[in-house]
Design a protein around this ligand. Structure first.
Ligand SMILES: *Cc1c(COP(=O)(O)O)cnc(C)c1O
Length: 381
């Protein structure tokens, strides 16, 4: 991998995850975290963690079904259900593990069918590999292809069908066509699972996610979210019916065989939900900043792809050039990760930028100035 230039270096934070941060000995504008609402170093979040440590200790030292469930874990599950507008929610250690568990547990027989967008997250791909059901992949957001799969004999024979999609796609920042997906699912009697890792805290009322954004919360059977991005802690959950949550707690292998969240983590998640419900202005700031930055990039002449959210790719079209652009920007005080093949297709190599509510307009203007400078230098614009 090293010989082929496929080993990228890990940048290291020398302090908190901040919009302008110390990274590898340099103060840079940080456009690479998922800290959408700037909660990772928020005083109320830190206070909640400290208080939880004093009352509950530092860990559970058990898996949930044995003795790793504190009243705090159940409180978070109830709060997540209320937030997502569902009957119940099952809490997992991460977004990755909840996706694996859902695909594996819901698709546990050979006469079922898992149907997945080609650009879904790696954890959905791995979950599908662990599922007993066969899988069909449709080209990204291609609803005719999805319909063709649903009409196929294999699908018509299937005892249970699950359509899985990211709500917001993590590399392009585009949004799944949920109204059409739900319409097709209802017509062909399939369930829908939406992974809102990048939409929770970002889209919908108070950041409730893409089902809420489209007014479809009651018509989507499985709402996945993470607590590791806008919520700025760590964890994942599946929200839906009480039967769904009970079933996942009874069969989800990461839930049964891997230990539960430390109480301080649960307490920060609860605090983040308070902040989302009581201070929604943070979400408005996020979108204002994101729009400003995206327009700035377009005005400079960059191709920002299909992005409709605070994730904005800057298309470069060459792995080496994308890497070089990221290096040069870092020298100029801006951190934007380069993403090359095989994470994205050849020709789609890019830098990925994520703006947060914590970035000051001046930070973003300075970042735009540097993008202009380096983009011209490398002939990207
Ligand atoms: C980040 C991400 C995950 C994984 O979430 P973690 O909580 O970090 O494990 C799952 N799905 C999507 C779409 C993601 O972007």
């Amino acid at each position: 991998m090293k010989r082929e230039g496929r080993l990228s270096r890990t940048r290291v934070l020398e302090g908190a995850q901040e919009p302008v941060a110390m990274i590898d000995g340099k103060r840079v504008i940080n456009l690479s975290s998922n800290n959408y609402l700037a909660l990772a170093n928020h005083p109320a979040m830190k206070q909640a963690a400290k208080e939880a440590i004093d009352r509950w200790g530092v860990g559970t030292a058990a898996v949930r079904p044995i003795i790793g469930t504190m009243t705090l874990h159940e409180e978070l599950e109830r709060r997540l259900a209320r937030f997502k507008g569902t009957e119940a929610a099952a809490l997992f250690q991460s977004g990755f593990t909840v996706n694996v568990a859902c695909c594996q547990s819901l698709m546990d027989a050979e006469d079922q069918l898992l149907i997945s967008d080609e650009l879904n997250h790696a954890s959905i791909i791995d979950g599908a590999r662990l599922a007993k059901a066969p899988r069909k992949i449709y080209p990204h957001r291609d609803m005719e292809a999805l319909q063709a799969i649903l009409e196929s004999p294999e699908s018509r024979r299937a005892a249970r069908k699950l359509i899985v999609t990211d709500g917001v796609f993590s590399m392009d920042g585009d949004v799944a066509p949920l109204p059409r997906i739900v319409e097709l699912a209802e017509r062909y009697d399939a369930m829908v699972m939406v992974d809102d890792a990048h939409a929770t805290g970002v889209m919908g009322k108070n950041g409730r996610g893409t089902p809420d954004h489209f007014g479809l919360s009651k018509r989507i059977q499985v709402q996945i979210g993470t607590l590791s991005k806008a919520v700025a802690s760590v964890g994942g959950y599946a929200a839906g019916s009480r039967d769904l949550a009970d079933y996942l707690r009874a069969t989800g292998r990461p839930f049964i065989f891997s230990s539960s969240h430390p109480p301080s983590v649960v307490a920060t998640c609860l605090k983040a939900l308070d902040l989302l419900e009581n201070e929604p202005e943070r979400i408005k700031t996020l979108w204002d900043r994101a729009r400003h930055f995206k327009e700035g990039l377009k005005n400079l002449g960059f191709d920002t792809g299909l992005s409709e959210t605070p994730i904005t790719p800057v298309m470069v079209g060459d792995t080496e050039k994308a890497r070089r652009m990221s290096e040069r920007l870092f020298e100029e005080g801006v951190f934007a990760l380069s993403i090359g093949f095989p994470i994205v297709a050849r020709g789609k190599e890019r830098l990925r930028t994520i703006v947060t509510a914590g970035h000051a307009s001046e930070d973003l203007d300075r970042a735009l100035e540097k993008f202009g400078l380096v983009g011209r230098e490398l002939g990207v614009i």
